[in-house]
Write a protein that binds this ligand. Structure first.
Ligand SMILES: Cc1ncc(C[n+]2csc(CCOP(=O)(O)OP(=O)(O)O)c2C)c(N)n1
Ligand code: SF4
Length: 234
C-alpha cells in the first residue's frame, strides 16, 4: 500500500472490495480511479479499473454504464477531485440520475499535491494555501456535497459516513452495499461521502487526526442520509 500510516483510503478500499465480494458482482464491476492519492486505486481492486483525468470520473462512468448497462460502475474520488475541478461533472451526473455509484472521500484537503485548500476545507483550517486559516472573505465557504446534491431529483441514494471506529466502519460498509444495491435495482444515481483523515497534510499523528476529524469535521459535515425527500423510499 502506498498510503501514509493512519490514512483511511486503505480502510475504505477494503470496505468497497468486501462489499463487491459479498454482492458477488466482481466480474461485472468496473471502477474509475481518480486524480489524487488514490490514483493507484486500480492496483488494489481485482475488478476492471479505468483511470480518469482530474474530476472527470463521473463522465467516464456515465459512458461506460450507458455502453454496458449490465455492468456495475463506481467512481472513487477525493474532495479535490470531486468538489473542485469535477464539481460540475458530479452535479450533472446526479441531476441526470445516472445509474452509477460514487464514493466520495472527504479529507478536507488536497493530499497528493502538498496539502492545498480544497472546497471542503473548514473555515479557519490551516493549509499550504491558507497559512492563516481559511478565511471566508478570501476563500469562500466549505461545500457540503451531500446537502447540495440532496436538492436535486436525480439522486436515488445519498449518505455521509466515516470510518473513525469499527462501529462507524460497519455503518459505512452498509452504506456502500446499499449504494451498489441502488445501482443494481436500476433506481438512479448513488453517492456515499466518507469522512477521512490525512495525517500527513494535516501535520498530525494518526490518533490526533482521528480526534481532529471527530471534533471539527463531524459538526460541519453531519453523518446521515441526504437522499432527496421525493426519492426516499422509492
Ligand atoms: C488536470 C489536472 N490538474 C491538476 C492535477 C494535479 N493534482 C493531482 S492530485 C490533485 C489533488 C487531489 O486532491 P484530492 O482529490 O483531495 O485527493 P487526496 O490526494 O486528498 O486523496 C491535484 C490538484 C492533475 N493531476 N490534473
Ligand atoms: S497524503 Fe494524506 S490522503 Fe494522501 S496517502 Fe498520505 S495521509 Fe492519505
Amino acid at each position: 500500500m502506498h498510503y501514509c500510516p493512519g490514512c483511511m483510503h486503505g480502510v475504505i478500499h477494503r470496505l468497497i472490495a468486501e462489499a463487491i465480494d459479498e454482492l458477488g458482482i466482481m466480474e461485472r464491476t468496473i471502477g474509475i480511479a481518480p486524480v489524487g492519492c488514490a490514483v493507484f486505486a486500480y492496483d488494489y481492486f481485482l475488478c476492471d479499473m479505468v483511470e480518469a483525468a482530474h474530476g472527470r470520473a463521473p463522465c467516464v462512468a456515465t459512458g461506460i454504464k450507458r455502453v454496458l448497462p449490465e455492468s456495475v460502475v463506481f467512481t472513487y474520488q477525493g474532495d479535490g477531485d470531486l468538489a473542485a475541478i469535477g464539481c460540475g461533472e458530479v452535479v450533472h451526473a446526479a441531476a441526470r440520475g445516472e445509474r452509477i455509484t460514487v464514493f466520495f472521500i472527504n479529507n478536507a484537503i488536497y493530499g497528493m499535491t502538498g496539502g492545498q485548500m480544497a472546497p471542503t476545507t473548514l473555515l479557519g483550517q490551516v493549509t499550504t494555501t491558507t497559512p492563516y486559516g481559511r478565511d471566508a472573505r478570501q476563500a469562500g465557504y466549505p461545500i457540503r456535497v451531500c446537502e447540495m446534491l440532496g436538492t436535486l431529483t436525480g439522486p436515488a441514494y445519498l449518505e455521509r459516513v466515516t470510518v473513525i471506529s469499527p462501529a462507524h466502519a460497519a455503518r459505512a460498509k452498509k452504506a456502500i452495499r446499499r449504494a451498489f444495491q441502488t445501482q443494481l435495482n436500476d433506481e438512479g444515481f448513488s453517492l456515499v461521502e466518507i469522512l477521512s483523515t490525512c495525517p500527513t497534510r494535516w501535520g498530525m499523528t494518526p490518533v490526533a487526526a482521528t480526534e481532529w476529524l471527530t471534533e471539527n469535521m463531524l459538526p460541519h459535515y453531519p453523518l446521515g442520509e441526504f437522499t432527496p425527500a421525493q426519492r426516499r423510499g422509492a
